[in-house]
Write a protein that binds this ligand. Sequence first.
Ligand code: GAR
Length: 196
Amino acid sequence: HKRVAILISGGGSNMLSLVDSMIGDHAGRPCLVLSNDPEAGGLTKAAERGVKTASVDHRPFGKDRAAFEAELLKPLLASQPDLVCLAGFMRVLTGDFVSRFQGRMLNIHPSLLPKYKGLNTHARAIEAGDSEHGCTVHEVTAALDDGPVLGQARVEVKAGDTPEELAARVLVQEHKLYPEVLRRYCMGNKDPVLLP
Ligand code: GAR
């Protein structure tokens, strides 16, 4: 099996969708769920499923990203991952870190990239008057929310949508898209997945 490490910062619903998908004839298995926040709700949920967990609090490192990443690397490398999935991981990673996992690190971002890199994607899509929005899974490169697209799922933006309502509908699609992309990626298939 491909060993899949998953990095989270919060509730970890995308992480759970990935962990729960890696059963049966799936070519991947989770080897670690790692968080930058020791309190992240997803850590408990991963542990309940028997997945190894670890955390490295980013806060004591302040602006020293290199020092934080050096600590983050310890449990990550110890888990001997073949692939690394960012799933709601909210720290920007340096080029040095990313280059170690070139071609084997994925991210899910809540917009139809290249639109709305960064934060507050749902509010920005509504503000722009977009009729469609969605999520993207892509290979991670040194540039933020960039890199080859491996899949996208679209949702309709409805009149009067709040960012929260829109985010909830996008999240439903995230939970379909990311497992499907990972399933294929574990078998070496990088053809883009388009949902629905
Ligand atoms: C998801 O919507 C994910 O796409 C987004 O954060 C949420 C995490 O939810 N990621 C980013 O914004 C990355 N910059 P989850 O913890 O329940 O998976």
